[in-house]
Design a protein around this ligand. Structure first.
Ligand SMILES: Cc1ncc(COP(=O)(O)O)c(C=O)c1O
Length: 386
């Protein structure tokens, strides 16, 4: 991997130690240019001229194919969305919940897992069972806790594949085995995985999976992708729909929905410039290779965790085992508020990280374009604060 060449394509890295991809990745120049190109087309030729419309359709089709490649799924199982949360909501609000059904989540979840499940719970009388896990739990302990929350009424287990606060990689394959054996649906929030670790829907057999474009794929906000296993397409109703959800010709007296394909979730218009950026971003990432990215991120994260752990008063809250790890490295500094750690690392070193709440910590996101020098800058900056 030619890291210097990659870095030269990401302008923000010239002046900033960017360790916050888990919030939003820094866009490569060619990704911004793909978006600008589309904006210029619409600006100069007009947004609905035949030629521009046709090019726009092509961008959307290619963006969908690119998303299918990231998932290793077939195109008909994939939809380009506006973000991770939209994909989650398409599934959660589209399933036919029955009073008394149960969903299992865990307590260290992001709001985009908690809110959609709890609201489904309130609306349909579904019981949301929360498995309480800790940052130091092993995969076996997590599986035991989730299994203990499962009952004959459980219809879905819904967790993040990588937890946003600690960067823990959840034992998703084992969860698949556990849920499948019990006829339970498995939904994964992949906000921290798409473009970060290799995904393989065909092999892993997950039921539903949602990713963003703006984080590890280095696209722009307003893009994401959803995977629904083909056999479940019929059971997910289009809870919000519109003109693109009606079969042609449109007849108000004789409504015919579009066929049971992912297109049924397309309500109205979408942002083609943002999809153009999503498409270019996935090409950029695929050229480097997500498998290579995953290994480099793990190597850098391992080094960061080892060096941070040596500082007295610093506790790494991310897992140390490689198989449980990711490029997210969280740490707490004794007696120091994470917000202030974030602010001072920026003020002292132009280093961008963020604070997370549960457990309270400072989180560095390490992606393939980051370097050992930036890890040392982080470690040195934290040592100074201590
Ligand atoms: C685990 C997790 N889920 C969901 C989200 C929300 O992502 P999006 O803005 O793509 O909906 C985030 C973003 O930080 C996240 O970390």
């Amino acid at each position: 991997m030619d890291v210097e060449k990659i870095r030269s394509q990401i302008p923000v890295l010239e002046h900033t130690a960017y360790l916050n991809t888990g919030w939003s990745g820094p866009p490569p120049r060619r990704v911004a240019e793909a978006m600008k190109h589309r904006i210029d087309e619409e600006l100069e030729k007009g947004p609905i001229m035949a030629e521009v419309l046709e090019a726009g359709r092509e961008i959307q089709a290619q963006a969908r194919e690119a998303a299918a490649q990231v998932f290793n799924a077939t195109v008909d199982e994939v939809l380009v969305t506006r973000n991770t949360t939209e994909g989650i909501n398409i599934v959660l609000s589209g399933l036919d919940w029955q009073q008394g059904d149960e969903i299992v989540i865990c307590d260290m979840e992001h709001g985009s897992v908690i809110a959609p499940s709890q609201l489904v719970g309130q609306r349909y009388g579904v019981n949301v069972k929360v498995a309480d896990i800790t940052a130091t739990d092993s995969s076996e302990a997590i599986l035991t806790k989730i299994e203990a929350a499962i009952t004959p009424k459980t219809r879905m287990v819904f967790v993040s594949h990588i937890l946003y606060a600690t960067g823990r990689r959840m034992p998703a394959e084992e969860l698949r085995a556990l849920t499948k054996g019990n006829g339970i649906l498995l939904m994964l929030d992949g906000a921290q995985t798409g473009g970060h670790i290799e995904l393989d829907m065909a092999r892993s057999g997950f039921d539903f999976y949602s990713i963003p474009g703006q984080k590890w794929l280095l696209g722009y906000e307003g893009s994401g992708a959803l995977f629904i296993k083909r056999e479940h397409l019929e059971r997910v109703h289009p809870a919000h729909t519109g003109g693109r959800g009606i079969a042609r010709p449109v007849d108000a007296h004789n409504f015919q929905p579009v066929a049971d394909t992912m297109e049924k979730f397309l309500g109205g218009s979408v942002s083609v410039p943002v999809q153009a950026a999503f498409l270019e971003a996935t090409k950029f990432i695929e050229e480097v290779g997500i498998g290579n990215i995953e290994q480099r991120n793990l190597d850098l994260a391992e080094s960061a965790k080892a060096k941070l752990s040596e500082i007295p008063g610093v506790t790494v809250t991310s897992p140390l085992e490689r198989r449980d790890s990711s490029g997210l490295v969280s740490f707490a500094v004794d007696g120091q508020d994470p917000v202030s750690v974030v602010e001072r690392l920026w003020a002292n070193h132009r280093l961008v990280v963020r604070q997370v709440g549960y457990p309270a910590a400072t989180r560095a996101s390490i992606h393939f374009f980051n370097t050992e020098e930036e890890i040392d800058l982080l470690v040195g900056g934290v040592r100074e604060l201590v």
